[in-house]
Design a protein around this ligand. Structure first.
Ligand SMILES: [Mg+2]
Length: 321
């Protein structure tokens, strides 16, 4: 598939399994699990304010599900480095089985690793990596007016992400984000790069070949610059490839997300013949009638809603084993 990078030398080994492998097979190692999970991370799993997992039962219930052999994948714009630092260690500390079918797809499909791999491992799909000139175009902007409001996420390997600095308020950040993006788009145009500005205005500027390979997408806490093929659909496709290699497919998929773009996971699964239910855990305007079931949960924060959903899945598994 992609390029395998070496382990980061400074990645802590804490939480790695060193004891003997358990002998009894996982319950769903060779028979289909009743369901599998594709999970967005920021919002549903990690709190968007602290950017860490703050709900303890999310960790223990994910481990309970993974340890029965339920296929679980994270599908996020975050880097593999973030997932190795913030998401995997608590799962391992809570007793994640080393044979669990748990995969982490980052950078909207551009990078991935499996939790059976040594800490710090990461695979990269070179075909969706942005040219290095994009980050070089961003740096002068950060050295000037925008450096106090945002920073370049240096752990990204495929995308270029400018994240809100935690020292400024979200209001202050959002007040300069539009100006920043206007300067960024002008710089891309000046470098001869074709782009589309997502998500609502769809402004675009083609390159000399008439192509627009770069997507610039504002979020509430970042500006993501990514390859046109990157996205939650590519992440879902990548996750299904990983699951195809490590066991039977489940009877049904649940996808969980807190933004409209997360529906692309369920879209992809439905288009490829899978039974899918999308769980939308933030009060966002509902898309027009997707051709699959949608569960809207908007009475609590996204991570608390996800915790409730995971507890229901643990109860479902307890009743089917
Ligand atoms: Mg999210």
């Amino acid at each position: 598939m992609g390029t395998m990078l070496g382990n980061a030398p400074d990645t802590p080994a804490a939480g790695c399994h060193t004891g003997p492998m358990p002998t009894a097979a996982l319950p769903f190692a060779s028979t289909p699990a009743p369901f599998g999970l594709l999970l967005d991370v920021d919002g549903p799993i990690a709190n968007t304010v602290t950017r860490t997992i703050t709900v303890g039962s999310i960790v223990t219930d994910l481990v309970a599900l993974a340890n029965t052999g339920v296929p679980i994948a994270f599908n996020t714009g975050r880097s593999a480095d973030f997932l190795w630092r913030e998401v995997v260690p608590p799962l391992r500390a809570a007793g994640l089985d080393p044979r669990a079918r748990l995969h982490a797809v980052g950078e909207k499909g551009g990078t991935w690793f499996s939790c059976t791999e040594p800490a710090g491992a990461v695979h990269v799909d070179e075909s969706v990596c942005l040219p290095t000139v994009v980050a070089e175009l961003v740096r002068p902007l950060l050295a000037g007016r925008y450096g106090a409001h945002m920073f370049l996420d240096e752990t990204k390997l495929a995308m270029v992400s400018l994240e809100q600095a935690t020292a400024v308020s979200n209001d202050a950040y959002l007040r300069v984000q539009g100006d920043f993006e206007a300067e960024l788009l002008a710089a891309l145009t000046g470098a001869g790069l074709g782009w589309i500005h997502e998500l609502y205005d769809r402004r675009s500027h083609p390159d000399a070949d008439g192509a627009t390979p770069i997507r610039v997408e504002p979020t509430i806490i970042s500006t993501d610059v990514q390859h046109e093929r990157s996205g939650k659909a590519l992440g879902a496709e990548r996750a299904l490839e990983l699951f195809a290699a490590d066991g039977p497919g489940p009877h049904r998929w649940y996808t969980v997300g807190d933004t409209p773009s997360d529906y692309a996971m369920a879209d992809w699964l439905h288009q490829h013949g899978h039974d899918v239910v999308h769980v939308d855990v933030r009060a966002v305007p509902r898309r027009d009638d997707p051709p699959y079931a949608v569960v809207l949960v908007d009475d609590v924060d996204p991570d608390l809603a996800t915790a409730r959903f995971l507890r229901e899945r643990v109860e479902e598994i307890s009743g089917t084993r």
